[in-house]
Design a protein. Structure first.
Length: 119
């Protein structure tokens, strides 16, 4: 099992910044990569960004490229998402997730943290 706890959400004006953090614990040796997803009201959950446990590879959704940066601190088992130039359409619940070698999918999820961007 891998446990995930997100923090850092909140309310911000358009153009502002927020930093989300995800603390992971448990079977960290089973982690291949960690990611952030988001779900806006009435919409499906969508991929935002991911980073491998080694930190050598990152991936971003087109909608956030150039504005969001994912990073990880392997010593602290945390993954952060720096979000700049926020837009109202970034409003959503943001979830941290783990892709494990064992499950071969995103099988572990945090409880989510709300991000609201006002216009």
């Amino acid at each position: 099992q891998v446990q995930l706890v997100e923090s850092g959400g909140g309310l911000v004006q358009a153009g502002g910044s927020l930093r989300l953090s995800c603390a992971a614990s448990g079977r960290m040796f089973d982690v291949y990569k960690m990611a952030w997803f988001r779900q806006a009201p009435g919409k499906d959950r969508e991929f935002v960004a991911s980073i491998t446990q080694s930190g050598d590879s990152t991936d971003y959704a087109d909608s956030v490229k150039g504005r969001f940066t994912i990073s990880r601190d392997s010593a602290k088992s945390t993954v952060d998402l720096q979000m700049n130039s926020l837009k109202p359409e970034d409003t959503a619940i943001y979830y941290c997730a783990v892709f494990s070698y064992g499950m071969r999918n995103y099988g572990y999820w945090g409880q989510g943290t709300q991000v609201t961007v006002s216009s």
